[in-house]
Design a protein around this ligand. Structure first.
Ligand code: NOJ
Ligand code: CA
Length: 680
């Protein structure tokens, strides 16, 4: 960053010195306090040592957000948290703007002030540990660094004891850690009443204070979970949650070797729910892109031989109802070409599905197609039509079997022009033993992403470890599941996802990264389980294309259900990567409106959704270019639409609008509205 920019940004001389590489050293202050401010001065962090233990506090506008919270580890070789001294404190600052190959906006500003505490045990082994704090305008990130040193080489983390103490309890959304594949409904309870939960945890502290606890850049580590703890001498009314890392089957949490850095622990701080969606703190705390040429990475829409399998019309395995046949796939390719979809997902194309495929030890072959699926011919047919097959790689949790085939499978796909793979790990454990969100799982997923990058392959990962912003470094990691998605509306015996679910996701799981939720069901009848179907109107299915961000976005229904449906034109016109995002209004779990501008035109798209309550939503179009005229096409809940009784009516209308226009959208119970705004 240039010095002039720093001055205009109002940053004092000290920071200028720091930003151009002169660290400020503070030595010999073993019990002193250090402080740090966000670039806009609203957030302030104080940290230091008390009785040899590291702690931090966080304030906004002088008011406490996190009161004194302690830091440290239990290692196999004794704890690393007590008896510490401060060797030095270094300040630094940073400001750059980087470009996303795809995303919710093009440019991201990475602007923070940094403080590093260099700590060391005063006695005994005298092991060293640094804690790095970065304060952004939208929150805090901090991580532990274990520098190279004599008395700490290979080491085992038994527990990370990072704590977050809040002065008051808060309504908080999360899912329990023991949820399989994170496929659960986020429910709001007071933070103090939670069991051990996965992050993100989204807290509504006050009308003007929202916090999200999560992590960034999860590399060779275990996923973070949080658990409430009772602290002795805790201030009246305060609540403390402590990190609970996902363990290996043998109980250890992380095997490490110095030099070693943990993922960043993050607290997003926002005045209103919509600002949570605009925070780029997690991406900023990941490493810059490691893929030199990203031109082959192509966001897009896809359809698939998929919903019909979940509805029991087809099977994954061979037999009379096999879905992945050559003929059927050609039908899907034709449809994709006609309606401008870039990909066709085909599930059940390869050997391994016969018998109970989710049993332990069941092994898939990722190169060998079933006899009724002519892979070579289909790849060529797709190529001629300008469409690509998406290979499905269900592993049944057999990660090692998959790793053994990664190179040969990805080389085959590359030769055939297949540039995306949907991976899956349906099994309670990986390789009979380890949790998906353990260090074992995290290592496996990284290997898949890195190998895929070598072969020019994009990844859509199902049954993942919780995303942490890795797509900045590896933008071929397009989208992931780890969410209770649309498939639950096919077979869940509880009837499917309730209307508030998609009004909660943008503020919870959606903050961890793109979701392969797979919207777009048009036919709600379910012969097998009549009570199970989307609890939305059809217009709300359309609005989800804007509300739920994913650079690979599926139109999930069977293609026959899109024939002669005027509402389908919203899906086929809606981009999957954006130049800009705004959130005109939102209340977590109740309603949300998101507007996004296309990357390749001046067109805007709006999605507005509600829970079970009907609502009138006003949306000011002040984000449009002043003075310009636009044609708006509305896809709204039609006469009598109601998710319980009559989900289908969609009213499609047009009107001229400009930046002075305020739209009034009528959302039915469980309804939504989708709007396309094209510059005239
Ligand atoms: C679970 C995935 O989420 C779903 O999309 C897929 O069809 C099945 N596993 C089978 O792999
Ligand atoms: Ca799933």
């Amino acid at each position: 960053m240039k010095i002039k920019e720093l001055l205009t940004a109002g940053i004092g001389t000290i920071m200028i010195a720091a930003s151009i590489g002169f660290a400020l050293l503070v030595t010999g202050c073993s019990s002193g306090e250090e402080s740090l401010q966000s670039p806009d001065g609203r957030l302030s962090l104080t940290t230091g040592l008390k009785d040899g233990r590291a702690w931090y506090t966080l304030k906004r506008d002088g008011k406490t957000i996190a009161s004194s919270s302690s830091l440290g580890f239990k290692l196999q070789d004794g704890s690393l948290k007590e008896g510490l001294k401060l060797n030095a404190a270094r300040h630094d600052s940073f400001d750059e703007t980087w470009v996303q190959p795809w995303g919710e906006e093009i440019e991201v500003r990475n602007h923070y002030n940094e403080l590093t505490l260099e700590l060391q045990e005063a006695e005994g082994k005298q092991r060293k540990m640094d804690i790095v704090f970065r304060l952004f305008n939208d929150g805090l990130g901090f991580r532990y660094n274990f520098p190279e040193q004599e008395n700490l080489k290979e080491f085992v983390i038994m527990d990370e004891e990072t704590e977050y103490t809040f002065p008051t309890d808060a309504r908080s959304w999360s899912i329990p850690t023991n949820t399989t594949y994170y496929e659960a409904l986020f429910t709001p309870e007071p933070l103090s009443q939670k069991d051990t939960v996965s992050t993100p945890v989204t807290m509504e502290v006050a009308d003007d204070l929202y916090l999200v606890l999560h992590e960034a850049n999860l590399t060779d580590y275990a996923c973070m979970n949080l658990t409430p703890v009772q602290k002795e001498n805790a201030p009246e009314g305060s609540v403390t949650v402590r990190t609970a890392l996902t363990p290996w089957s043998t109980g250890e949490k992380v095997f490490a070797s110095a030099p070693f850095a943990t993922p960043w622990r993050t607290i997003i701080v926002a005045d209103k729910p919509g600002d949570l969606i605009l925070s780029r703190l997690m991406l900023n705390l990941n490493e810059p892109c490691r893929i030199e040429d990203t031109s082959w990475i192509e966001p897009g829409r896809y359809i698939g031989i998929w919903w019909a399998i979940h509805m029991n019309n087809y099977t994954w395995c061979q037999g009379p109802k096999h879905g992945a046949t050559t003929e059927n796939t050609m039908r899907y390719i034709d449809f994709a070409a006609k309606h401008n979809f870039s990909g066709v997902l085909v599930e059940g194309w390869n050997y391994g599905w016969d018998g109970d495929w989710s049993l332990y030890g069941h092994l898939f072959d990722f190169c060998k197609p079933y006899p009724d699926y002519d892979l070579e011919k289909l790849a060529e047919y797709a190529r001629q039509k300008g469409v690509r097959l998406i290979a499905h790689n269900e592993t049944g949790g057999a990660a090692r079997n998959y790793e053994q085939q990664l190179d040969s499978a990805f080389a085959l796909y590359q030769r055939l022009g297949i540039n995306s793979v949907k991976t899956g790990y349906v099994n309670a454990l990986m390789d009979h033993k380890e949790l998906q969100h353990s260090q074992y799982g995290v290592r496996h997923y990284r290997k898949v992403i890195e190998t895929a990058a070598k072969y020019g392959i994009m990844i859509d990962n199902h049954e993942p470890a919780m995303p942490t912003g890795l797509q900045r470094t590896y933008p071929n990691l397009m989208t992931q599941e780890g969410v209770r998605g649309q498939e639950w509306n096919a077979w869940s015996t509880d009837g499917g996802n309730p209307p508030e679910h998609t009004c909660t996701l943008p503020f919870t799981r959606g903050l961890a990264g793109p979701m392969d939720f797979t919207p777009g069901i048009f036919n709600f009848s379910n012969p097998v389980l009549p009570e199970t179907h989307p609890h939305t109107t059809l217009a709300k299915q359309l609005a989800l294309y804007v509300v739920l961000f994913s650079p690979l976005q599926m139109a999930a229904d069977m293609i026959e259900n899109y024939e002669n449906q005027p509402a389908f034109s919203f899906i086929t016109s809606c981009p999957t990567t954006w130049a800009k995002t705004v959130v005109p209004n939102a209340k977590i779990g109740e309603y949300v409106t998101i507007a996004r501008r296309d990357r390749h035109s001046s067109n805007w798209f709006i999605g507005s959704i509600t829970d079970a309550e009907p609502r009138t939503i006003e949306v000011s179009l002040d984000f449009l270019e002043p003075g310009a005229s636009y044609k708006a096409t509305f896809y709204e809940d039609g006469e009598g639409a109601d998710y319980r009784t009559n989900p289908y009516p969609v009213k499609i209308t047009e009107k001229e609008v400009n930046s002075d226009t305020t739209l009034t959208l009528q959302l039915a119970p469980g309804g939504g509205a989708a709007v396309r705004i094209e510059k005239i």
